[in-house]
Design a protein around this ligand. Structure first.
Ligand code: BMA
Length: 354
């Protein structure tokens, strides 16, 4: 009996120490430190395409406006699970890998989202039918297929390595906006209990089976749910908490009210659970207010301390999907003003803070 306990304790101590020096642990430490300096500005798919360009190497709408890359870049893995060569937004996966390396090399931070297709119907992530979560968990009809999907994602995440072959740490934010009914892992398609099992299963497969110790795990519901922790899988599976909130209606006052309410709640729950906090997706669709960054977003955001804000993408092929300034945009002067704030951080502000 005694011996078993001793062995268990030794194993526990060993695994804890093994993880404390992991790329993920180091990134968490760095992000905590950076949060004291300000709020990192992030942009989805920043270096692969922009408002009116695509695939040009080194280009970025953010850089074209303010002369510096965002501190954090978001990338998307949807369709990698199918073994496809390009993401659901047409970005070739080798290019994403390359850009992750480049962002890491320049001292920036990377975030990864994943919108896999519906494993039951074969339609997109936005098809909530068929109760896919229960079908992909152990015992379900799609379990084997889901394991193959996880393998493909894990292999990609494991291929994110620096020049010395060391794993590059990334914020990994799967199964987001689960409180809404639009995704197949969301409230219309599974119970909170099934959702938690899905999160835990994904976490365990990646960390135990594939030994990925470079993932900072993000839990990121959509704004507006009455209970932020309704789908929370537990402290041991989450490193960062955030929420996704958009202004789709060109309603500044409503957005500001929501942002304030959600940031206040996030600050409280993050502190209680001792987690990093971030605004994991946001933006005003098509930026109808040219002063949105400095006059709508910042007056609320500056009252808080959180790790980063990820502004969503500027899709070259779909101008409705515009959330970031770009050269020639009406918001250009205002975004420069926003970027000049002391507490908004771009890659040059963080590159030496490791
Ligand atoms: C959504 C939209 C879609 C896109 C998806 C994944 O919010 O921007 O056009 O395909 O994100 O990036």
């Amino acid at each position: 009996m005694h011996k078993t306990i001793l062995l268990a304790m030794t194993l526990l101590a060993f695994s804890l120490s093994a993880f404390s020096g992991s790329p993920a642990r180091k990134l968490i430490k760095r992000m905590k430190k950076l949060q004291r300096a300000g709020i990192m500005v992030g942009h989805q798919d920043d270096p692969v395409y922009g408002h009116d360009w695509k695939w040009e190497l080194g280009r970025s709408d953010v850089k074209d406006v303010v002369g510096d890359y965002p501190a954090l870049m978001g990338f998307e893995l949807g369709h990698l699970e199918q073994g496809k060569e390009k993401s659901l937004d047409q970005v070739p996966f080798p290019r994403i890998r390359e850009e992750v390396k480049r962002q890491h090399e320049r001292g920036g931070i990377i975030e990864i989202s994943w919108h896999p297709d519906n494993p039951v119907t074969g339609k997109s992530a936005w098809d909530p039918s068929g109760f896919p979560v229960r079908e992909i968990l152990a015992g379900g009809s799609q379990h084997a297929k889901f394991n193959t999907w996880l393998k493909r994602i894990a292999e990609f995440l494991s291929s994110l390595r620096d020049k010395d072959g060391k794993l590059i740490p990334v914020v990994f934010r799967p199964w987001h906006e689960m409180g809404g009914g639009w995704f197949w892992w969301g409230s219309k398609s599974c119970t909170p209990e099934e959702f938690k099992q899905l999160f835990v299963y994904t976490h365990d497969v990646f960390t135990r089976q594939y030994k990925l110790d470079n993932l900072v795990w993000g839990y990121s519901p959509n704004a507006g749910d009455e209970d932020f922790l309704k789908y929370y899988p537990g402290d041991e599976y989450v490193d960062l908490m955030g929420f996704d909130l958009y202004d789709f209606e060109a309603d500044n006052a409503k957005y500001q009210g929501n942002l304030k309410r959600e940031l206040t709640r996030l600050a409280k729950v993050g502190k209680e659970h001792k987690k990093l906090i971030a605004l994991t997706e946001t933006g005003a669709q098509q930026l109808p207010d040219e002063n949105w960054f400095s006059q709508v977003f910042w007056p609320v955001a500056r009252e808080y301390s959180f790790s980063y804000v990820l502004f969503w993408r500027n899709a070259w092929d779909q101008h409705k999907e515009t959330y970031m300034s770009y050269p020639g945009a009406p918001s250009e002067a205002d975004f420069k003003k926003f970027a000049a704030e002391k507490r908004t951080l771009f890659v040059n502000d963080i590159k030496n803070k490791k």
